[in-house]
Design a protein around this ligand. Structure first.
Ligand SMILES: NC(=O)c1ccc[n+]([C@@H]2O[C@H](COP(=O)([O-])OP(=O)(O)OC[C@H]3O[C@@H](n4cnc5c(N)ncnc54)[C@H](O)[C@@H]3O)[C@@H](O)[C@H]2O)c1
Ligand SMILES: O=C[C@H](O)CS(=O)(=O)O
Length: 501
């Protein structure tokens, strides 16, 4: 592992357009403070320093946002799809034109390396472009009808949508919710994660600049302490017809319970526990490369990162040696440092969980092949953890059942296909799975048996705006992206016209 000077003082946040750094909520076309004036600090995970603050909103602010979205809905719903599409394309162009500023804001508040942040801007923008194109394709059906009747199906927007998003992809996650909602004629109230509100606020500033009508998109920021009450105002509001949530399974279950009283449409993109399986008949170099790209993206802080790596006995030694060499070569440091590949973790809680998983694994017989420790030298207030490989992992370890959400790879050795498929599926989660094999018959069998919403086959980079992203079991339901991505924001209406002479 190469550690780039962790003590480097935070590079000042220098923006070509300082006005993109927003410190207020956006409600009904106005930038405004929380009604009670409360504020919430935003810190840089590379240094722990507070560099900005935003409103710490309450239920009253959330209600104002819902008022605005509800008032704007009929007008936005009636806007021709082609006009909605043109506004989305304008927003898309503005996001791309402001990539550098958006990436710098993102890296400053979330910690991901600047190169990765630029990539996330492009990734989030691809969802906006995709749904700008899909906006004009919400086709209905003319149903072959009996004499005297004409039977039709039309697609309608569900109404006001509440979008609640996580810190790990502060731009892409909110873009892939707001874009399809606007495309079909819904209006939006949004609440970004407390650790990363600034990127979302900047994205909404570009919505304002694109010229969307007042009230179509509204966003409130809130602290972790005040978020439950703030979001609860939407859960109980019958005018809010849809909740789209990306985050932990625990919170997803809470939202489902608390919104049941008004029977809202739900999309839940929740936690994962992805298995990554390498069979004896795999291309080992491709498998190592696939693991590196899927595991260490965003420092291992993604819901589709492999959490358990199963390696068949025949290639276990060769695979682990190649993997350790690749992990040991990773560069760790602050987001702006040249060549950095692994940034700081989002906060102290995240590093504590990673350290707990590693300690538990070692206590239960695991061996640290590289990494295995916090990086604190010269990094007071920061949250770094060394990229780690643990050998001889076993199902009794906490990291076998719980998402580590950090740069730790546990290696589990296995003998047979049946054994590993059963182990891979032995989790309440079912978001992503990966396996590497050059045997076509095995590929067909294993892809069929894995209980997940997404399967990477000889591939570690699976995310795309063109594909339906989502999980099964306790990883949630609903799909984001692809030709099915509009469905979660649409309700169908059956029209039966009779008495036709
Ligand atoms: N499936 C996916 O696409 C996906 C994507 C990113 C993250 N995740 C999952 O999210 C988790 C990590 O992200 P996180 O720490 O931000 O998740 P989190 O659930 O703690 O927070 C997600 C969002 O929910 C809000 N929230 C928290 N408690 C709430 C409550 N009681 N009521 C209403 N809102 C509440 C947070 O403020 C944040 O905006 C991991 O489990 C990861 O797997 C899943
Ligand atoms: O962390 C979860 C994200 O949904 C992963 S991805 O950006 O969609 O691959």
């Amino acid at each position: 592992m190469t550690v780039i000077d962790l003590s480097a003082q935070a590079t000042p946040l220098e923006l070509a357009r300082p006005e993109l750094l927003r410190s207020q909520n956006f409600i009904d076309g106005q930038w405004c403070n929380a009604q009670d004036g409360k504020r919430h600090p935003v810190s840089n995970p590379a240094t722990g320093e507070v560099f900005a603050d935003v409103p710490d909103s309450s239920a009253a602010d959330a209600a104002d946002a819902a008022d605005a979205a509800y008032a704007a809905f009929e007008g936005w719903r009636a806007t021709p799809a082609r006009e909605r599409s043109k506004l989305l394309k304008r927003w898309h162009a503005l996001v791309l034109a402001n990539t550098e500023d958006l990436a710098r804001i993102m890296s400053h508040e979330q910690g991901k390396p600047l190169a990765e942040a630029r990539g996330e801007v492009a990734y989030g923008a691809s969802y906006i472009e995709w749904f700008a194109e899909e906006a004009v394709r919400t086709y209905g059906d003319i149903i072959p009808s009996p004499p005297g009747k004409k039977m039709m199906m039309v697609k309608e927007p569900v109404g006001v949508v509440a979008a609640i998003t996580p810190w790990n992809f502060p731009l892409a996650m909110i873009a892939r919710k707001i874009a399809p909602a606007l495309a079909v004629g819904c209006t939006v109230v949004a609440k970004p994660a407390e650790d990363t509100p600034l990127t979302a606020l900047a994205l909404v500033k570009l919505i304002e600049e694109a010229g969307f009508p007042v009230g179509v998109v509204n966003i409130v920021a809130a602290s972790r302490e005040h978020t439950p009450a703030t979001v609860d105002a939407w859960l109980k509001d019958e005018r809010v017809r849809k909740i789209t949530f990306t985050g932990s399974t625990a919170v997803g279950k809470h939202l489902a319970r608390e919104s049941a009283s008004t029977l809202k449409k739900l999309s839940l993109e929740l936690g994962g526990n992805a298995p990554f399986i390498v069979f004896d008949d795999a291309d080992v170099d491709a498998a190592v490369a696939g693991l590196m790209v899927s595991k260490f993206r965003n420092g291992g802080q993604t819901c589709v990162c492999p959490n358990r790596v199963y390696v068949q006995a025949g290639i276990y030694q060769r695979f682990s040696e190649k993997l350790v060499a690749a992990v040991a070569a990773l560069k760790v440091g602050p987001a702006h440092a040249a060549g950095v590949q692994i940034g700081p973790m989002i906060n102290a809680r995240a590093v504590d969980k990673i350290a707990r998983h590693v300690a538990d694994a070692v206590k239960l017989g695991g061996s640290v092949l590289t990494g295995g420790k916090r990086l604190t030298e010269g990094a007071e207030g920061a949250h770094y953890f060394a990229p780690t490989v643990i050998g001889d992992a076993s199902p009794a370890m906490e990291l076998a059942d719980e998402e580590t959400f950090g740069p730790v790879v546990p290696l589990f050795k296995f003998e047979t296909e049946d054994e590993v498929v059963q182990a891979a599926n032995d989790t309440p989660f079912g978001l992503a799975a990966y396996f590497f094999s050059e045997n076509l018959a095995r590929v067909a069998r294993v892809a069929d048996r894995l209980q997940t919403g997404i399967v990477g086959i000889n591939e570690g980079a699976i995310s795309s705006e063109m594909a339906p992203f989502g999980g099964v079991k306790e990883s949630g339901y609903g799909r984001e992206g692809g030709r099915y991505g509009l469905d979660d924001y649409i309700q169908t209406k059956y029209l039966c016209q009779g008495n036709l002479k």
